[in-house]
Ligand binder design. Structure first.
Ligand code: UD1
Ligand code: CA
Length: 406
């Protein structure tokens, strides 16, 4: 379900496209489905649907379903009726605004569902502060009786700490029969999917609720504040995984690493480093403090990037060093190149972006400006403070200052 308007976010952008650690929220939910082997995903879109479809246009396992009016979560699922009405099997239903979902939780949900032979199974969480979420109401035998939405809770129900993170697995036939019967008689006058769950229970089918969701994973992002909280939790997960794979992160609280980044073993990330986009870093590199790595950066092994070094859309071969105040954009830098303090690639002339190629073992002195498009041959020595264009290099027979390198 990804059609909602999200008034609480106060946004023109579809809520599920808001990013958590560099990726749209919906991407995490889709990946979790794929990781448990789901081959076809129906994504219900409505508000800003074109944006959402565009963003995931590469995916060939998605069937887009339009929900013209956002009448509630039951209505959203019902919009898939044409596709799913004759399907006999199980349907997993998830919210696009729950990026913290873990594959392991989905696995336990599926296992419990199969073991219990239930018509519906949902995974629940217990929160210290359950406000905002649907509450799980159980009878004295601990069987689930239904889900009551926050706005519809009595005082007693509001105190229930077990909540619905919206992870459901249904017998498809039972689901669609129940959806047909849902009525919008609640405070918000919406068709609630949670009422379909209650309906399934009332008609005598077996419904199981397993407390299988960690509190930090249960969050649905409804506001900008929750978006930042979800990002924080995701950031911790990303860093945890990197550290387990042998990366040193000196100060996790003051480091930000994109979910798409890949970092090799024994690389050290110093504080205040910001890694955004598709970035690949090899082994034994030392990055930061205060480094900024952007989309398309590939660092091979033993690369050293220091204070205020920004790299974008560039490949730096083994042993490249840029220790202080550099900008390297749209460049291919050969092995063991030293880039002196304050040197930059001037990659944009106001009209177009061009490439800089720096051969192996070049020495770029401090404060050099390399005007792209530019190609420097192996072993070239560029003096400090030089402005280098292809023309000036050619004039010197491709050997600008080469003699000073010793
Ligand atoms: C929903 C659940 C609530 C649960 C919470 C978990 C219902 C009625 N309530 O509440 O029990 O605790 O999620 O995060 O299901 N959407 C549509 N079409 C619609 C309405 C919503 O596609 O017509 C999508 C939204 O884009 C969103 C998801 O469904 O991705 C959930 O909707 P939202 O309005 O955020 O529901 P909550 O109030 O959070
Ligand atoms: Ca929500």
């Amino acid at each position: 379900m990804a059609a909602g308007v999200s008034s609480r976010m106060n946004t023109q952008i579809a809520k599920v496209l808001h990013e958590v650690c560099g990726r749209p929220m919906l991407a995490y939910v889709l990946d979790a489905c794929r990781e448990v082997g789901i081959k076809k995903i129906y994504v219900v879109v409505g508000f800003s649907s074109e944006q959402v479809k565009e963003c995931f246009s590469d995916a060939d396992d998605i069937v887009w379903v339009e929900q013209d009016k956002q009448l509630g979560t039951a209505h959203a699922v019902l919009c898939c009726r044409e596709h799913l009405k004759d399907f006999r099997g199980e349907t997993l239903v998830l919210c696009g605004d729950g990026p913290l979902i873990r594959t392991q939780t989905l696995k336990s949900l599926i296992e419990s569902h199969e073991a219990g032979q239930s018509a519906a199974t949902l995974a629940t969480a217990i929160l210290d502060d359950p406000s905002g979420y649907g509450r799980i109401v159980r009878d004295r035998y601990n069987n689930i009786q239904g889900i009551v939405e926050d706005a519809d809770c009595t005082k007693e129900q509001a105190a229930i700490r077990e909540i619905n993170p919206s992870y459901y697995l249904f017998d498809n036939k039972v689901l669609f029969e129940a959806l047909e019967k849902v009525k919008p008689d609640n405070v918000k006058e919406e068709y609630y999917l949670t009422d379909a769950v209650s309906g399934i229970i009332t008609t005598g089918h077996k419904v199981t609720a397993v407390t299988a969701v960690r509190p930090e994973e249960a969050m649905g992002v409804n506001s900008r504040a929750q978006l930042s909280q979800a990002s924080k939790i995701m950031q911790q997960r990303i860093q945890q995984q990197l550290m387990e794979s042998g990366v040193t992160i000196v100060d996790p609280d003051n480091t930000w690493i994109d979910a798409r980044a890949k970092i090799g073993r024994d690389t050290v990330i110093e504080p205040f480093t910001y890694i955004h986009g598709n970035v690949t870093i090899g082994q034994n590199c030392r990055i930061g403090p205060f480094a900024y790595l952007r989309n398309g950066t590939v660092l091979k092994n033993d690369v050293v990037l220091g204070v205020y070094t920004e790299v974008k859309n560039s490949t730096l071969a083994d042993g490249v060093r840029a220790r202080h105040h550099s900008y390297i954009g749209d460049a291919v830098v050969g092995q063991n190149v030293n880039i002196g303090a304050g040197s930059i690639t001037a990659n944009f002339n106001g009209r177009k972006v061009s490439q800089t190629k720096i051969g192996d073992n070049c020495y770029i002195g401090s404060g050099a400006i390399l005007i792209a498009p530019l190609e420097l041959k192996d072993g070239l020595h560029v003096n400090a403070g030089t402005v280098v264009s292809q023309e000036s290099v050619n004039e010197l027979g491709g050997k600008a200052d080469n003699d000073v390198s010793q």
